[in-house]
Design a protein around this ligand. Sequence first.
Ligand code: CTP
Length: 131
Amino acid sequence: MKKVITFGTFDVFHIGHVSILERAKSYGDYLIVGVSSDDLNFSKKGCKPIYSEKDRRKIIKSLSCVDEVFSETSLDLKRQYINDFNAEILIMGDDWKGKFDNHKDQCEVIYLPRTPSISTKKIIEVVKSTE
Ligand code: CTP
């Protein structure tokens, strides 16, 4: 069984998130998703997600293309996560292009094009501007 792993915050779930997860699954048989903890997201993006980490994990787990979900608590643990889950492929959106090439000794690393014109940040900005 070919295992694929990907990571992200997946806050305010949107079509770009579904699209990358469906495409990621198509590269293997079993999709594992590391969902950033609230603390990790704060350190990455400087803000707390709108949805709690428990809810974000529940949403991702409910998708038919996703087989397993775990909480990603540190960016420094990627090597360990990939090993522990025996992932053969790491997939990330191309906003991360090149950033995970150091894992090429562990697994195949693939960057997929982002869905244009949508992001969590943009959605939050639009909602705030209409308040
Ligand atoms: N992603 C994508 N297309 C988009 C938005 C996100 O393919 N339009 C992918 C990212 O490349 C990443 C995964 O979805 O692999 C999770 O990204 P995340 O950072 O949680 O989503 P964004 O919407 O980009 O969030 P933000 O605007 O807060 O950065």
